[in-house]
Design a protein around this ligand. Structure first.
Ligand code: IMP
Ligand code: MG
Length: 193
């Protein structure tokens, strides 16, 4: 695996520090929502994190351990880069959507925001389920891709790193199903594709 890596864009220590800060920020904001509900005499909503499979699993595992709040996890599977593609083929939902999200505080978690299709589709389907609040959180953001497409309005509420339009693997991100276990964010060698 290591010999297929061309260069590291974001190393383990940098990822860990950023994920820690993101978890703390998210937890502070969710906690504020719960307190407001209590102050208003309402029942505080439950917190549900929804990782988009499969890319979000490594990020999710680290993120939730920085969030000292009572929460549950429910998953949704989306396919956008089937097989050996390195360009989005359009996002399609591959699993049932989580049920019973009404009045809950929902956070959609993904590895990367690229064209924005995946987050847009999942966000709009989940918002129909009437959560108390709905947030999106991604580790990586290719903002330049959406600026180029005229889709700059599609944003995540929380993002870890803005990266250039380059295909990356590691820390959950794959090429053709592989390299998710590589611990850093890295570019692949051309001959590994
Ligand atoms: P979008 O729908 O174009 O925003 O793409 C988001 C999805 O595409 C993410 O959930 C990733 O699974 C995948 N993706 C986008 N860019 C990359 C990349 O550079 N490497 C690996 N997967 C990527
Ligand atoms: Mg994905």
């Amino acid at each position: 695996m290591y010999r297929d890596i061309q260069r590291v864009l974001i190393d383990q220590g940098t990822i860990a520090a950023r994920v820690r800060a993101m978890g703390q920020e998210l937890a502070t904001d969710l906690d504020r929502d719960l307190r407001e509900q209590v102050q208003n005499g309402d029942k505080p909503g439950q917190i549900v994190l929804i990782p988009i499979l499969t890319g979000a699993i490594v990020f999710l595992a680290d993120l939730i351990r920085q969030m000292p709040l009572k929460m549950s996890i429910d998953v949704v599977a989306v396919s956008s880069y089937p097989g050996k593609s390195v360009q989005s083929k359009g996002a399609s939902i591959k699993s049932e959507l989580p049920k019973n999200l009404k009045d809950k505080h929902v956070v959609i978690v993904d590895d990367i925001l690229d064209s924005g299709q995946t987050i847009s589709i999942v966000r709009s389907l989940i918002s129909e389920l009437q959560p108390a609040s709905l947030r999106t959180c991604v580790l990586l953001d290719k903002k330049c891709v959406r600026a180029h497409q005229g889709d700059a309005a599609i944003q995540a509420d929380y993002f870890g790193f803005d990266i250039p339009d380059e295909f990356v693997v590691g820390y959950g991100l794959d090429y053709n199903g592989y390299y998710r276990n590589y611990p850093e964010i890295a570019a692949l060698r051309d001959d590994a594709r």
